[in-house]
Structure formats: C-alpha cells, structure tokens
Write a protein that binds this ligand. Structure first.
Ligand code: GLN
Ligand code: ZN
Length: 769
C-alpha cells in the first residue's frame, strides 16, 4: 500500500473546545489546579484528531501539529531559543510561562505576532540575539508520541525545520543575521530527532515552507550541510515545502540527504513534472493534492488522472497528501446544520479532506472501483459546480466582460475633484473623523443575537439599531468631530455582514479557523458569481445622515478585503471574483450617492496582505487589486468624496499602488510607529488627502491632546496642511465608551491646537512679508 497522510490537522476542535478551555484557564488566573482541565482538553482533542485520521484510512497520524497557542513558539519550547528577556528555561517551561511568552506578563510585552506566509494564521516571531542559546526543551512532543502509540496509532511527527525556524525570527541586539545561529541550533534538533527515533517514530515531516519564498542564496546554500548533519541519527525525514512553487530548488532538493520530499501541487501543480524528471530512486515523493487551505471538495477523478503518471514512475514511493497543513481549513462539514444539500456537496472541511486523501491513495493502488460510490459523488459535484445556475450568473459575467477602462477612472483628476468637494463640504483645515465602528457593547451584541435567533422582531431590531445610531451621532456631535459615521452597530464583522447580503456568498455556522492563540475567524464562502440584489447599507447611512447637517460617511468593505478574508472559489481566477465584488460595490456606492450620502469610505485593510509570496507575481496582483478598487470607487460624481482605510501592515513598499487607488482621502494606521510610516512619504509624494492615525486604538490607554497634537505636528512635516486629516488608527469597536469618549474629545482638541499653531505661523509669515 502507498502512503496517505496529511501535514497537520486543525487543533482548535470542531466546537472550538481549545479556545474555550484556554480562555477559561486564562480568565481564572492560570492556576496550577486548573491546568489539569486544560491538559485534558488538549489530550482529548489530539486523541479525537488521530482517530479521525486513522478511521479515515490514513497510513500515519500526524503528531506534533498540536500547540497550546502557536506551533512556532512550541518548536522553540522543544529546542530552546526562547526570547531571553523573559528569563525562562525551556527545559523547565511551565504552561503559565508558555502563555506569558505568547500574551505578555506585567514585566514583559508579548512576543510579536505576524502572518504565517500568505495565510490568515499568525505565528509568534522568535527573537534571536548574539546570546541566544538552544538546548533541551519541554518533553511535550515525546509525551504526545507516546500518547499516540498507546492509542494504537502509527505516528508521523510534524516539526518546523531549523532553517524556517531561524528565517521566521527577528535578529536583535546586534545579531547580524539569524542564519548565523544555525550551527548552534542543529545540535538541539539532533537531540530531539534522536529521541524520536528511540521512541520508534519512523518518519518526521520536517516543515521548511520558507523555500517557497524568494530567499537569499545563503539560506539555500546552508540546507544540504544542515540536513547531512541531521539525517544520520534521525528517523526518516520528509522535507516538506508548501504554499508555492519550489521548482527553482529542484536539483539540490533531489540531492538532499533526506528520505523524501513533499510538494504543494494545489498551489503549484506544474512543479510535479520538474521533480519527476530524474527523481532519485531512494526517495519518496509526497504529492500535496488535497487543498489544505480551502473548502472545496476535491475533483477526485481529475486529481487521480494527474497522479497516475507519477504512480507509474514511483510505485509505492508516491505518497498522497494534503497540500499543506489542514490548520487553515474549518474542521467538519458535519457541523454545518444550515448549509443546504447542494452547497454541502461542493465542500470538504478537514475531516472530509482526510477521507479524500485516503480515497485517492486507495484508487491509485487498487483502482477506482474500490471507491466507486465516492468517486461518482465527487464527479457529480464537480460537474454541478461547472454548470449550476446558483454559481453561474450570466448577468454578472456579462457585466464583468463589458467593463471598460473608463469605469475604472473617476471623471476628473483629484485636483479638480478636491476643489468641488471643498466647496461642497466646507470643512475646516485638518478635518477630524473616525474610521467607522464604535464600541460593540454587550447590548448591541445581544440585540443582533436575539434578532438572528428570532427573539427580536424585525421592527424591534431596526429600532434598537436606530437607537445605537442616534447615540453614536449625538456623541460625535458632542465631541465636535467634522465628519461623522453611523457606527456599524449592525455589523458582526466587516466581511461577513456583506457576505450575508450578497448573492454568491454563503455563511457557515461553524467554519472556524484559528487566527492566533484562542482567536478564530469564520470566513464566508464565495461559491458563485457575486451579485448585489439590493442596497446593503443605504438605510443605515441615510438614517444617520437624517440626524445631522454634518457629512456622514457611508461605510463599505473593499473588494480585495472581501476576497482576502473569505474562502474564495477555485474555479476562476481571484482577479475575476474581485471584479465581480467590485461591480456589486460600485452599485452600492451609486445607491449611496443617489441617496445624498456625500462621502463613502471603502475599507481595504487587507490590500497589503494579498501580496503573493513571490516578488515576480506582485506587480500583476497589485494591478488587478487596484483595478478592482477603482471599479468599486469610480462610479460616482466628482462631488462625492471617496475615502479608503488601511491598517495592520506596513505599507511603505506599496505606496505607488495605494496612490493609484486614487481615493480622495485615505486613513492609515501610523500611531504605534510614531509616524514612521510617513518617512516613506519623503521619497514618495502621496498626491491626495491622507489621515495618518493619531490614536492607537489597540490599547485601552487614552492618549492626551498634547500627544496627539505632537503626532499631527510630525505629520505636518511631511504632508501639506490642506491635505491632512485627523483620525484614529482604526475602528473603535473593540474599545469601550469610557476610553472612546475622552480620547475623541482629546483628538478634536489636538486638531484645534494644531490649527491654531498653523494660523499663528501663517500670521507671522504674513507679518514678516
Ligand atoms: N470601518 C471598519 C471599522 O471601523 C474598518 C475596520 C478595519 O480596518 N479593520 O471597524
Ligand atoms: Zn483599520
């Protein structure tokens, strides 16, 4: 029999058991006596995930994919190299200390967090310094191996590899480069791998996803010797790549002293042929053909056809696997009571994907007939997806095809629009505004939940939301803000809200995916052509506008963010789906304009994170992403002011694309970096209006007016006063009113101080002249 395996299973549990157990443990103060309950939950989850893999027909169950918070931190706990500022000893690390690293403690801020490649998972960033030492760590992995063995499973251990562990960390305190720590790190891996071999582990899947990135040559050059040092005392090593093409490395990867390689053939199918040419006779080749990071059912026939040539060449040395860890997929389709049968027939979550991997292996080794019913069902589902009228909307396709260059272009340039808008809105210099959301209080959440569950009538719900809008408008008027928002009380989430209202989208009940630690997200599914049946925000915006003469911004989520934070259909290019969403949003902006909403904000916080891993693909991405935004934003008249908003990442390297969005005004997160982002504006002159955030909304701390005035002063050094806005870094939904009230009062005061300083300077210049 050939081998069937997955690279990892989601660890949170089908009912997010891990999340709730973690949060209970943290809330109760991480007491030693509560640790047992948490550990029980972890053990039960692992046992159930292994059982799923075994019952599903996989050859090995994957051990080592579990982590209490994050797999990169857990790897550091295994091999040492924890950030030294905490003063913890990896070999003696307690769970409470592990969580202190992840979440901070009174003495030390948490480790930094950043995105795991191009997924929406966030890992904890290792901190390396010249003094970093590796060595023995916790025994957790060995315990988990014993657990799996005791339950009668054949474990294959998954482990983040040494090169990736170093590359993913940050060099501090004068360390020139993290690769310089490799020699120190390898003995720790040798020890760990030797222990696993003693335990009877046959295979270790050593994950080196960094080879899908554009790496400096030194990293590639270091790999052969590193693996030559690891292999002799280790179990058999499966060197695992994923997330993109690694064919540029094919020659040396084939020569690497490991027992096998794994390729992501979902993201990069063409690389299979390159690897098959002269594939060494002493290695297995694991083919990642079941998508680990999306929700679509595998077209088993088509996949099998692709694997047959490889099978003919490799025989039993061909392994069938998931493309990457299933960490990025929801857990179980059987936990979706609300999706209808047809839609479900197009989907596969982690539990279903396990089965697909095993079925493919079975069909490959024994012929399709061993699983005729399953193959028939998959074939029927694939055929239905190709033709279903729920998916294919000729009207939408026609509109996308008919799109013209002119539709991605405002009728006039910024300068002319700005003039018209200045006359229309007559705003003061340095206008003040917020990013959209206000505190999502328990009351708001309760009203939304009651409405969803049928406990609140439609009219009562509308009245409750109107009440929150009234409150938000009153408060903004009392702070003295210049441009107002309705507050987004009706939105549980900035993507799901629109997903519920657009055709072509489905919302799951339990399709949770870990984002970081105990935090999970539930991305909507885009299964079909996206179509706007009726306006989605006009009622809320016009109600808010009816309460005041000051302008109220309409508030939308942009096409790229709608895409980036959803599971996206895989039967057409992402760019095509983005354009469909853009067209729907274009109609929405036009409906808002027709309803006399004069300013419309289209948020694109995820623009930067959609950048492809490989530099050579970035220009094409930015081209269609910018085009999609412009299609959404350009259907309005000159006098309508388009805003956009960005946060979460560094934007310095994509400023030309941000400028190309041609929004009249952009608000952007800058406070924490002390306006560092604006340094980029010294070399690149941003042409339109910009509001660099002056209030760090991620912290409960209330900034003073003087602090914010100082930040405005810094911004004024780079941006002319006529084009500068004053606003917080992001929406305020995670804050409470006790913080928001004084902070916004102070922000308005800061803007006034800055205006007064400008007026004084102007008067002086005038006097001198
Ligand atoms: N308008 C959204 C809000 O204020 C923007 C959120 C975001 O950028 N992530 O909540
Ligand atoms: Zn934001």
């Amino acid at each position: 029999m050939s081998t069937a395996h997955i690279l990892g299973f989601p660890r949170i549990g089908a009912d997010r058991e891990l999340k709730f157990a973690l949060e209970r443990y943290w809330r109760d103060g991480m007491k030693a006596q509560d640790e047992a309950a948490l550990r029980d939950t972890g053990r039960a989850l692992r046992a159930s995930h292994w059982r799923t893999q075994q019952d599903g027909g996989l050859t090995y169950v994957t051990v080592g994919d579990f982590a209490w918070y994050d797999h990169v931190l857990t790897t550091l706990a295994h091999v040492g190299g924890l950030p030294q500022r905490f003063g913890f000893d990896a070999a003696q690390l307690t769970l409470a200390q592990y969580f202190a690293l992840a979440r901070g403690n009174p003495a030390q801020p948490a480790m930094e967090m950043t995105k795991w490649f191009d997924t929406n998972y966030h890992y904890l960033v290792p901190e390396y310094s010249p003094a970093t030492q590796f060595g023995p760590g916790v025994e957790w992995l060995f315990d988990e191996v014993s657990e799996a063995q005791a339950a009668g499973h054949q474990p294959k251990v998954a482990l983040v590899g040494p090169l990736s562990l170093l590359w993913l960390g940050k060099a501090r305190d004068g360390l020139s480069d993290t690769l310089s720590l490799l020699e120190r790190l390898l003995p720790a891996y040798q020890r760990l791998l030797a222990r696993l071999r003693e335990q009877g582990v046959e295979w270790v899947q050593i994950d080196e996803p960094i080879f899908a990135l554009d790496l400096p040559e030194a990293w590639r050059a270091a790999a052969p010797a590193a693996y030559a040092a690891l292999a002799p005392h280790a179990p058999k090593l499966l060197f695992t790549t994923c997330f993109d093409d690694v064919s540029e490395h094919a020659a040396w990867l084939k020569a690497l002293p490991v027992a096998g390689l794994h390729l992501d053939l979902v993201r990069a199918p063409a690389q299979l042929e390159i690897f098959l040419a002269d594939y060494p006779a002493d290695k297995v080749l694991s083919c990642g053909v079941v998508d680990g990071r999306n929700v679509w059912r595998n077209d088993l026939d088509a996949t099998l056809a692709r694997l047959e040539a490889a099978r003919a060449q490799l025989g039993e040395r061909l392994w069938v696997g998931s493309s990457c860890s299933l960490l990025h997929a929801p857990v179980d389709l059987n936990h979706e009571p609300r999706l209808d049968a047809e839609l479900r027939s197009w989907l596969a979550f982690a539990v279903q994907k396990v089965r697909e991997v095993a079925l493919l292996r079975d069909a490959l080794t024994q012929g399709r007939d061993v699983a005729a019913a399953e193959f028939d069902a998959a074939r029927a589902a694939a055929a239905a997806r190709r033709t279903s009228s729920r998916i294919h909307n000729p009207l939408v396709k026609r509109q996308v095809e008919a799109l013209t260059e002119a539709q991605a272009q405002r009728s006039s340039g910024y300068a002319q629009r700005a003039q018209v808008q200045r006359e229309r809105f007559a705003l003061p210099l340095l206008p003040t505004t917020t990013i959209g959301s206000f505190p999502q209080t328990a009351e708001i959440r309760a009203a939304r939940a009651a409405y969803k569950q049928g406990g609140l009538s439609h009219l009562d719900y509308l009245e409750a939301m109107r009440g929150h809008i009234r409150q938000a408008i009153d408060k903004q008027l009392s702070y003295g803000l210049d441009v107002l928002v309705h507050g987004e009380a009706e939105r549980n989430d900035m993507v799901e809200y629109f997903g519920e209202l657009l055709w072509g989208y489905a919302i799951t009940a339990n399709g949770w995916v870990q984002s970081y630690g105990s935090r999970c997200v539930k991305p909507p599914l885009i299964y079909g052509d996206v179509y706007l049946p009726e306006p989605m925000t006009v009622g809320w915006a016009t109600y808010a506008q009816s309460l005041t003469d000051k302008p109220v911004k309409g508030m939308l989520t942009g096409p790229v963010t709608m895409l980036q934070w959803s599971f996206v259909r895989d039967d057409q290019p992402r760019s095509q789906t983005a354009l469909q969403i853009a067209l729907a949003l274009r109609q929405e902006t036009q409906a808002l304009e027709a309803a006399h909403i004069g300013m419309i904000q289209i948020d694109e916080p995820a623009l930067r994170e959609g950048l492809p891993l490989k530099a050579r693909e970035r220009a094409a991405y930015l081209r269609w992403a910018v085009q999609a935004f412009r299609v959404a934003a350009s259907g309005v008249k000159d006098e309508t002011q388009i805003h956009t908003h960005m946060c979460y990442s560094e934007f310095g390297d994509i400023l030309p694309s941000i400028a190309a969005l041609d929004a009249d005004v952009i608000s952007i997160e800058t406070t924490r970096s002390n306006m560092e982002l604006l340094d980029a504006f010294e070399t690149f002159e941003y042409p339109n209006e910009i509001g660099p955030g002056v209030y760090d909304i991620h912290s409960p701390r209330v900034p003073t007016a003087d602090e914010m005035a100082a930040l405005i002063g810094l911004a004024l050094e780079r941006i002319p006063a006529q084009r500068l806005w004053v606003n917080p870094d992001c929406g305020l939904k995670t804050r409470d009113w006790q913080q928001v009230d004084p902070a916004l009062v102070a922000m308005v005061e800061a803007a006034k101080k800055a205006r007064a300083a400008l007026a004084l300077r102007a008067a002086r210049t005038h006097a001198v002249a």
